[in-house]
Design a protein around this ligand. Sequence first.
Ligand SMILES: NC(=O)C[C@H](N)C(=O)O
Length: 337
Amino acid sequence: KEVETQQKLANVVVLATGGTIAGAGASSANSATYQAAKVGIEQLIAGIPELSHLANVRGEQVMQIASESITNENLLQLGRRVAELADSKDVDGIVITHGTDTLEETAYFLNLVEKTDKPIIVVGSMRPGTAMSADGMLNLYNAVAVASSKDARGKGVLVTMNDEIQSGRDVSKMINIKTEAFKSPWGPLGMIVEGKSYWFRLPAKRHTMDSEFDIKTIKSLPDVEIAYSYGNVDGTAYKALAQSGAKAIIHAGTGNGSVSSRVVPTLQALRKDGVQIIRSSHVNAGGFVLRNAEQPDDKYDWVVAHDLNPQKARILTMVALTKTSDSKELQRMFWEY
Ligand SMILES: NC(=O)C[C@H](N)C(=O)O
């Protein structure tokens, strides 16, 4: 009988990368003071015996780091392992445990480069497992539930935090400390209650199977950097980033991705030198930057990030530059992905 149930259940692999979901603090009162990336994946899985009712789950420790320290090399390593597993007939779904600080970047990266319709779920937690009311256990349970469900196929990379199913493209860490940290300006796709998924909307942008990018053909990622804007800003940071080899600079602009009059000449000069300039916005709840609004992008040959925040704009620009160095092509990709 047990063998029969195992055969019917989906096979889910949990790839562990570290983060607070693998964190540990000195006491149960430590919800904010703790060390991330301490607990191994075997221990995390063993801590949730109910997972065995959802799927045949096995874990793999890909790395053990706090996500603020993730490098482009780490991204590629993870992306390649996900692709190998997605190609395997014995794997129905993939879960990635991840720190929350750069979770939105990794989720968007995988959404762009993984050629599969199998569910890929990225999950983290805001409190370490040692804390009172730790959120990691339920978030991981929900991730496995979604990864093992047929309904989740073909919906792009998903994120399960705080009972919600979010699109990996849209979602962002909007607040720290609180467990309702992950929000999308366009709303969640669904909810998970007691291991069952309830869907309400679908992603509209190109992803995974419909993407023109493929992790298998990406050898390395180019240097793309972000410069932050504020009152009294000048061009120093932009120039320094270009000098250190940035192929593109994401302007994390104020408001509509506006550019200070002190910075405009610097960005014009950098573009003439071949550096791509991407205008995005750092407003908190999600920006919306349109071409030739605030600045004459056509005239300066700049690109706008539209609704992508600066860190997501960096991910798309890196991936896009592996295919093209044409600013018009870059702009097309920003509308489509
Ligand atoms: N909540 C977390 O996971 C934060 C942690 N610094 C990380 O991103 O790894």
